[in-house]
Design a protein around this ligand. Structure first.
Ligand code: DQA
Length: 345
């Protein structure tokens, strides 16, 4: 879809002159909705208003911007001051491009328009009061329709054109970024749809993280660890669930349940059971369709001698230790490889 740039704002805010300059800067052709209508009708807008009425004119405006759907290249479009007052027109604009509001105060507008006799809505006794009341009616609509706002008071044409150009580029970049983020989320939910389930298990005393031996395990709690793993999993588009128990049998029961609920991967920190639980080893070994990674917060090879040995490790595809919380992020990465996922980053 061709992305036009639409300039909106009250009459006299500089849409036409800024639009022409922008057309030159961006090398995009320029169109003014008022000019298009005048050309098509063969008369001035004041005359169209007088002959056919405002409603007819508004209908012509809709036709002009609808016609831009067929454009072969992006245009700079200067939009009549009242065009965006119609919800339908706002929708058409939103679908086709980026909308920038040239915002001016009533004073600035009055100074620019006071000698203008071509604006049907201002041919009244007190044009300043008319500008103020129209602006009050319209400014919220202009603002809500705009992707970006440029304040034009006190600025000359080249300054405004430059600000608009930058606003346009910024908006394009922001949209690109949003698109990439959306695609990433879609990719992740694709992976979720694959339904891979990872169970993170913790054995005895790990619920006491933050309380137990902080000089070894740190001050962060078990809940902090769960939140950390959850975040890391989300970043990778993975679904994780958690289980912690201080009881060997409960851990074994949960591993057997994992077999029945078709869990794809288990990341397990068995705590001290690591060093002596053949029963836990057997439970892990009996579910060989589930990928398993053993994790320890501390470096079990550099502590008391009994910790250096892991009887559960033989039933797992990998073992990670000594990296604190980060060991679980590594485990998620390794699990993705084991499960045949492409990494996101
Ligand atoms: C631990 C190391 C084990 O030796 C100890 O019994 C634990 C925690 C770790 O994460 O470093 O409970 O598994």
């Amino acid at each position: 879809m061709v992305k036009h740039i639409f300039l909106i704002g009250f009459m006299g805010c500089g849409k036409s002159s800024v639009g022409k300059r922008l057309s030159y800067l961006l090398k995009q052709p320029y169109v003014d909705t008022d000019d298009r209508i005048e050309e098509k009708e063969g008369k001035k807008i004041t005359q169209i208003f007088a002959d056919e009425g405002e409603e007819y004119f508004r209908q012509q405006e809709t036709e002009v911007i609808k016609g831009l759907f067929d454009a072969k290249q992006p245009y700079v479009v200067s939009v009549g001051g009242g065009l965006v007052l119609r919800e339908k027109n706002r929708r058409i604009i939103r679908k086709q491009g980026i909308c920038i509001y040239l915002r001016a105060t009533a004073n600035t507008l009055y100074e620019r328009l006071k000698r203008d006799t071509q604006r049907p809505l201002l041919q009244v006794e007190d044009p300043k009061a008319r500008i103020e009341s129209l602006l009050e009616e319209r400014s919220a609509i202009y603002e809500s329709c705009a992707d970006r706002i440029v304040d034009v008071d006190g600025l000359d044409l080249p300054q405004v054109a430059e600000l608009v150009r930058r606003a346009f580029e910024d908006e394009k970049a922001a949209r690109r970024q949003r698109r990439m983020e959306t695609e990433e989320i879609q990719n992740r939910s694709e992976q979720r749809k694959n339904g891979k389930q990872i169970l993170v298990m913790h054995g005895p005393n790990l619920n006491f993280l933050g309380i137990r031996e902080p000089e070894i395990y740190g001050t962060a709690s078990y809940d902090d660890l769960v939140a950390y793993i959850q975040r890391e999993a989300e970043e990778r588009g993975l679904m994780v669930s958690f289980f912690q128990s201080n009881h060997e049998g409960a851990l074994i029961d949960r591993i057997q349940e994992a077999y029945r609920d078709h869990t794809d991967g288990i990341i397990i920190n068995p705590g001290a059971l690591t060093h002596y639980s053949y029963a836990l080893h057997d439970a892990l070994a009996s579910v060989d369709q589930i990928k398993k990674i053993e994790v320890h917060l501390s470096d079990i090879t550099k502590r008391e001698g009994f910790r250096a040995q892991s009887v559960t490790k033989a039933a797992c595809q990998a073992q990670i230790y000594g990296k604190g919380f980060a060991g679980y992020a590594d485990a998620l990465d390794q699990m993705m490889t084991l499960l045949g996922f492409e990494k996101n980053s």
